[in-house]
Design a protein. Structure first.
Length: 65
């Protein structure tokens, strides 16, 4: 009996699984964005700030002293 077989997904089951996958994708993108904003940008800023300050201090020290 083919009508008694529940192995086939209905359209509503498929749309719910696609919606769930879309929600999971958006959540993953939000987590990656948060990681970049909270961890990676500050680390890059710290590294560039230190290098830039050393260059500026060396130029100022050569000029002043």
């Amino acid at each position: 009996m083919l009508s008694d077989y529940d192995g086939y997904e209905t359209d509503s089951d498929y749309s719910q699984s696609v919606l769930s996958a879309q929600e999971q994708w958006e959540e993953s993108v939000q987590q990656i964005t948060g990681l970049v904003n909270m961890i990676i940008f500050p680390l890059i800023g710290k590294l560039l700030g230190r290098r830039f300050s050393k260059v500026l201090w060396a130029r100022f020290a050569n000029w002043y002293f």
